[in-house]
Design a protein around this ligand. Structure first.
Ligand SMILES: C[S@@+](CC[C@H](N)C(=O)[O-])C[C@H]1O[C@@H](n2cnc3c(N)ncnc32)[C@H](O)[C@@H]1O
Length: 432
């Protein structure tokens, strides 16, 4: 039998100390646990461990004579998880301590059982003073890296605290209904029958909100392609594309295919889903198959159209550009650990490169939708405003979304606003 906490510690050590992706590392670990309650505990431990790493990782150093981080990464992560269980997950102290001590043995590090017990008990005795110390510095109070705090304070001074609070608040997944296969009312009825608390999103026609986290793959209708996981902010793309039957549409950065599939569910468009990463392109194909949809899927670089473009202009282009993903930290808390300050300028250069390469592929009168799940102005309005300044035919189109505000020539939703993820959109029309 697998010890869930020991497994969580090895996953968290890989994520926080060796740069592994939380989502990619969690999936195979889940497969080792048979009981859904253990899988839910594993997800909670690893997600909250990553979310609060920048608070409890330095806290642990102050409790140890010699740091364990490099010598014993899994043990270090196990003790961080002990603190996370006590302070974030509110596990009763005796259970959190006993389970952490047991997990040292499951990690074949039973020689550290006494140390684990002593460290966690000392924390419990001194927790008020120690928490107050951690709250004095913004990095350990909010568990965000300093460079990101600086950028958020610069870009969103009035919304700074709300962004950080949203990033630290776990959110149940949102669903999208495949209206080719069912209606939202029917999907809600099936969920209610299965005892799943869910509601129709008031502003987004295909969206369903869930009251609690759940294994979505086991929801009624999921395997049959009635439902997909997609936040409401991402569901706004299909509306902005202003789709119609027969239109030639390019989704230039398509994997795993959330927005492409939504477009195909909405309209009979002729869509090319392009993706740089061949492995991720397979995810698009798998999602199309599950949802009963079809389109061309190609592997290629959106910034170098010659190898994959047939020369016929597109009526619609979606550029859902690779970005810092600083708008979806609440769903992917390892972003706080993996991104670096220098990434942002590099991302912005890449976004401008893709925009410039794709613009000539748009038909006169056509529409390009630029999207990122970033909240940083450098990747959003700065990229778009510079592009418009340099391309006379690029006309910004004004629009409003259910949450957020105008940002330059585009629209920014900040995380948590209207219950949505952080997302930026701009809509550019090409004049004839
Ligand atoms: C934000 S994700 C797209 C999400 C997707 N649109 C959806 O809704 O499911 C960005 C994707 O762009 C891909 N990508 C990055 N650089 C690219 C490039 N130069 N050309 C094409 N795809 C690229 C990444 O591998 C990643 O899968």
């Amino acid at each position: 039998m697998t010890d869930t906490r020991a497994l969580a510690a090895t996953v968290l050590a890989d994520v926080a100390l060796a740069g592994a992706s939380l989502r990619e590392r969690l999936q195979p670990a889940q497969a080792r646990l048979a009981d859904p309650r253990d899988r839910a505990l594993l997800t909670a431990l690893v997600s909250e461990g990553a979310r609060w790493w920048l608070r409890f990782d330095p806290a642990l150093d102050t409790l140890l004579q010699k740091p364990l981080r490099t010598r014993e990464p899994a043990l270090h992560a196990l003790l961080v998880l002990g603190l996370v269980q006590l302070e974030v997950l509110k596990v009763p102290p005796h259970a959190a301590v006993a389970a952490s001590v047991d997990a040292t043995r499951a990690l074949e590090r039973g020689g550290f059982a006494k140390l684990a017990n002593a460290i966690l008990r000392r924390w419990l005795r001194e927790r008020d003073v120690r928490n107050a110390q951690l709250d004095r510095d913004a990095v350990t109070r909010t568990a965000h890296p300093r460079w990101l705090l600086d950028l958020l304070a610069h870009d969103w001074p009035g919304c700074f605290d709300a962004i950080l609070a949203a990033n630290n608040a776990p959110m149940p997944p949102m669903l999208r209904v495949n209206t080719r296969r069912t209606r939202r009312a029917e999907a809600l009825g099936a969920l209610a029958q299965a005892g799943v608390e869910a509601a129709a999103h008031p502003d987004l026609p295909d969206a369903i909100t869930l009251a609690a986290n759940t294994d979505v793959t086991r929801l009624p209708g999921f395997a049959a392609g009635h439902l997909s996981v997609q936040d409401g902010a991402a569901q706004c793309a299909a509306g902005l594309l202003d789709l119609g039957a027969g239109l030639r549409v390019l989704d230039a950065c398509a994997a795993p295919g959330g927005k492409a599939c939504h477009a195909l569910e909405r309209a009979n468009v002729d869509l090319l889903a392009l993706e740089l990463d061949a492995r991720r392109a397979h995810a698009v194909t798998a999602n199309l198959a599950r949802l009963g949809l079809s389109c061309r899927v190609a592997t290629g670089d959106a910034g170098d159209p010659a190898p994959w473009w047939d020369g016929r202009p597109f009526d619609r282009i979606l550029l859902d550009a690779p970005c810092s993903a600083t708008g979806v930290i609440r769903r992917h808390p390892d972003i706080k650990l993996h991104r670096r300050r220098d990434d942002i300028a590099a991302m912005a250069r890449g976004q401008s490169r893709l925009l410039s390469a794709l613009w000539p592929l748009l038909a006169a009168g056509g529409t390009l939708v630029y999207a990122t799940c970033s909240v940083l102005r450098a990747e959003n309005e700065c990229v778009i405003d510079a592009f418009i300044g340099a391309h006379g035919a690029a006309q910004p189109h004004a629009f409003e979304l259910p949450a957020g505000r105008r940002a330059g020539a585009g629209w920014q939703i900040l995380p948590g606003e209207g219950g949505l993820d952080g997302m930026f959109y701009a809509v550019l029309k090409k004049s004839a």
